[in-house]
Design a protein around this ligand. Sequence first.
Ligand code: AMP
Length: 221
Amino acid sequence: MLNLVFLGPPGAGKGTISRILSGELNIPALSTGDIFRDEIASETDLGKKVQKIVSSGALVDDETVAQIVKHRISKSDCQNGFILDGYPRTIPQAEKLEQMSKETGKKINAVVNLNVAEEELVKRISGRRKCQKCGNLFNVNTIQEHKGLTHCPECKEKLIQRDDDKPEIVLDRLKVYEKQTKPLLKFYSDKNILITVNGEGPVEQVAARTKSKILETADKK
Ligand code: AMP
């Protein structure tokens, strides 16, 4: 069983790398941000409750996120492991996850910290676009072939920018990360399961570096 957590500031590539490794390691990548965005798009009660918080770049309350994660990791597709992308994000969330791990026997084997310089993060986040039809991701700032794209090359649908990727929100999200999430680096390094990976450079190389470090760490456990 390989249970992983991806930490790292917004724009570090958690979603991209966890999706690649999800395919290679055959375990689902669970993004709490994606779950909230789906709920908001479907206008469910939960979506309506969190819409303002998510679009402002603040964090949803710990109890709500915990319930979602607990429900999701108990599904059958998580029996060989999972990647948590974007959870935990606060010390109380990390403590809650410890408690859930004990209760369910799903121990966290490794926590990946993707390290990317702040200047690069802002560039990546502000260039991020998504096709509203097929969901494919593009980056008009950092990927040469995507520069100048306004529509999806496959579906011809317009590419959209997440509300919380807009410049006025990005700096707030980075501050939230510094204050609330960065303390988790020490929390997990004290437990000897933190892996720090250089998150800059071509995606395939970051994914390969991350995978080999995960397997090395998980092997030693
Ligand atoms: P992400 O896609 O991971 O950047 O998450 C987008 C937004 O969803 C965040 O800015 C928060 O508003 C909310 N969110 C996602 N994960 C969490 C979490 N673990 N705790 C609180 N809020 C979260």
